[in-house]
Design a protein around this ligand. Structure first.
Ligand SMILES: Cc1cc2nc3c(=O)[nH]c(=O)nc-3n(C[C@H](O)[C@H](O)[C@H](O)COP(=O)(O)OP(=O)(O)OC[C@H]3O[C@@H](n4cnc5c(N)ncnc54)[C@H](O)[C@@H]3O)c2cc1C
Length: 290
C-alpha cells in the first residue's frame, strides 16, 4: 500500500503531465478531485487518494491510447532518423520506422570504406540500439513495396500497415544523366554495401596486378571516377594520397607510378555547386597530388 506522501507525489506528477500534454482533460480532473477534509474526517483517507490516483492514471491511459496517431516513416537515413528521434517517446504518436537495412548508414564516409580506411561498422549504426529505450517506436527491417494513399496503408510484401501520417524519406538513387555506358560499367556509391563492393574490387585488382605482372598492370591499377562533385573529389584525392603514401608500403611488388587516376566531370569545372574559388583550388590541389 502506498503512503499518503507517495500518493500525493504521484497525483501531483500526473496532474502536471496533464497540464502540459493534455490540458483539455483538466475539467475532468477537477470533477474527480476527492472530497476535502471535514471536522468528522480531518484527513482524506488513503483509500480515497489511491482511488483518485488510479482514476487519473486510467483516464490518461485510455485517452492517450485512443488519441495516439500512428506515423509510419519509411527510410532511416538522415531525414527519417532525425524525425524518428524528434518523435521518440512523444506522448501523442506511435511510430513505425521502416528501412530495408537494420542500420543507419553515414553516407559522407562511404568513400573511406571504399578506400579501405574505415570498416563498414564504423559508419553503420544499428537502429534497434538507437531506439532500444523507446516506448513508442517500433522498427521493421523490410523493403516497402507499395503505398496506398486511399486506404492509408503501406505494404511490405503481403503484410500491410495502417497509418495516420506517412513520411517517405527513402533518399535518392544515382543519377547517370542518361548515360547507359556509365550505368552498366561502373560501381555506384549509395550504400555501405556499394562501398564494400568498390573496396573489394580495388583490392582484388591490386592482387591481380601482382599475380599477373605483365602488360595488364597499368590497367589493373588505374581508376576512373565519374563525377567531379564533392564525393568524386574526395575519392580521387584520397586515392592520390594513397598512391604515394600507403599503397607502395602495402604492395611493395607493384610500381604505383603506373597508376593513373582519372576524374571525369561533364560540366566545365569541379565542385560546380560551390564557390568558383573552391572549384579552382580543388582542381589545382588534385593535379598537384598527381
Ligand atoms: C557518397 C556520399 C557522400 C555524401 N557526403 C555528404 C557530405 O559530406 N555532406 C552532406 O551534407 N551530405 C552528403 N551526402 C548527401 C547526404 O548523405 C544525403 O543528402 C542524405 O543522406 C539524404 O538523406 P535522406 O534521409 O533523404 O536519404 P538517405 O540518407 O539516403 O536515406 C534513405 C533511407 O531509405 C531507405 N530506403 C530506401 N528505399 C527504401 C524502401 N523501399 N523500403 C525501405 N527503406 C528504404 C534506405 O535504406 C536509406 O536508409 C553524401 C551522399 C553520398 C552518397
Amino acid at each position: 500500500m502506498k503512503t499518503e506522501q507517495e500518493l500525493n507525489k504521484e497525483i501531483l506528477q500526473t496532474t502536471l503531465d496533464i497540464q502540459e500534454n493534455h490540458p483539455e482533460l483538466l475539467p475532468f480532473v477537477d470533477e474527480m478531485t476527492p472530497s476535502t477534509p471535514s471536522d468528522e474526517n480531518p484527513a482524506i483517507e488513503n483509500s480515497n487518494l489511491a482511488a483518485f490516483n488510479d482514476s487519473l492514471h486510467s483516464m490518461v491511459d485510455q485517452y492517450t491510447k485512443h488519441a495516439k496517431k500512428h506515423i509510419i516513416i519509411i527510410g532511416a537515413g538522415f531525414a527519417g532518423l532525425k524525425l524518428a528521434r524528434e518523435l521518440n517517446n512523444h506522448p501523442n504518436y506511435t511510430i513505425t520506422l521502416i528501412d530495408k537495412n537494420n542500420y543507419h548508414q553515414f553516407q559522407p564516409l562511404f568513400y573511406q570504406v571504399a578506400m579501405a580506411q574505415l570498416d563498414a561498422s564504423n559508419i553503420s549504426f544499428p537502429l534497434r540500439s538507437i531506439f532500444q529505450k523507446s516506448k513508442n517506436l517500433s522498427i521493421r527491417v523490410a523493403t516497402v513495396t507499395n503505398v496506398n494513399t486511399v486506404n492509408n496503408t503501406v505494404a511490405i510484401g503481403v503484410l500491410s500497415f495502417n497509418y495516420d501520417y506517412l513520411v517517405i524519406a527513402t533518399g535518392a538513387v544515382t543519377n547517370y544523366f542518361g548515360n547507359e555506358a556509365i550505368a552498366s560499367h561502373s560501381f555506384s556509391m549509395k550504400s555501405t554495401f556499394d562501398a564494400l563492393e568498390i573496396r573489394n574490387s580495388l583490392l582484388q585488382h591490386f592482387e591481380d596486378a601482382i599475380t599477373h605482372q605483365h602488360a595488364s598492370t597499368k590497367r589493373n591499377l588505374s581508376i576512373v571516377i565519374v563525377g567531379g562533385g564533392p564525393t568524386g573529389v574526395e575519392l580521387s584525392g584520397t586515392l592520390a594520397e594513397m598512391k604515394t603514401d600507403s599503397l607502395p608500403l602495402e604492395y611493395p611488388e607493384l610500381n604505383f607510378a603506373q597508376m593513373d587516376i582519372f576524374l571525369l566531370e561533364g560540366s566545365p569545372k569541379l565542385l560546380a555547386a560551390m564557390r568558383p574559388a573552391s572549384s579552382s583550388t580543388a582542381k589545382t590541389y588534385l593535379e598537384d597530388l598527381g
